[in-house]
Ligand binder design. Structure first.
Ligand SMILES: [Zn+2]
Ligand SMILES: [Zn+2]
Length: 200
């Protein structure tokens, strides 16, 4: 029995693709180049694609016997915060995508999970989950502005990169300074002292 049509997708959504013009013969192909506004929450906590920013789709749709195969690249920019110094990070990305969207009632549709293989809804397919997976996978969970970012001074919060190498707060409290002096002195070096005694 044929399943009822599942046209929940809205063709006006920027990442929904209408494949009406793609011939259903396997091997038929059609380029899909468009710039769409990025959807909400495309990214991870500290770094993401700004909502509404340009997302460039450079894709090919290919008819295969079981559905439509989408492959190509998605480009855009991400912005976020350095996990060490909290400075703003802004960079571009270029990720490749490759995904099969199975026709309703095809063998592929019947023998796979929706999580594994995308589904066509009539002539429509939704690129958003594909783009989301591809973009999120390339983003660092701990973004940093540069590999050697020294971060912030734990005492005053200033950017260590802007401070002299000997920046310190040793003199803030004379009692702590005195303790540190003690800890740094060679006589406080317990393991060495013991060794010395054994040698005697
Ligand atoms: Zn940084
Ligand atoms: Zn400081």
């Amino acid at each position: 029995m044929p399943k009822p049509p599942q046209n929940h997708l809205d063709p006006r959504q920027p990442l929904v693709v209408d494949t009406t013009k793609l011939p259903r013969q396997p091997g038929a192909t059609r380029a899909l180049k468009r710039v769409v506004p990025a959807p909400e929450d495309l990214g991870v906590e500290l770094i993401s694609v700004p909502k509404g920013s340009d997302l460039e789709l450079d894709l090919a749709l290919t008819s295969v016997s079981e559905g439509v195969y989408v492959s190509g690249n998605v480009r855009g920019s991400v912005s976020g915060e350095c996990g060490r110094c909290l400075d703003e990070i802004s960079e571009s990305f270029d990720v490749s995508v490759a995904e099969l969207f199975a026709y309703a009632d095809s063998t592929t549709e019947e023998t796979t999970d929706e999580d594994e293989v995308g589904r066509m809804q009539g002539d429509l397919l939704d690129l958003e989950p594909v783009v989301r997976d591809a973009v999120v996978l390339t983003l660092p969970t701990n973004p940093i502005c540069r590999p050697d970012c020294p971060g912030l001074c734990p005492d005053c919060g200033a950017h260590l990169a802007d401070l002299p190498a000997d920046h310190s707060h040793e003199d803030v409290d004379p009692r702590w300074a005195a303790l540190r002096k003690l800890a740094d002195s060679p006589t406080a070096d317990q393991p060495n002292m013991k060794q010395h005694r054994i040698e005697e």
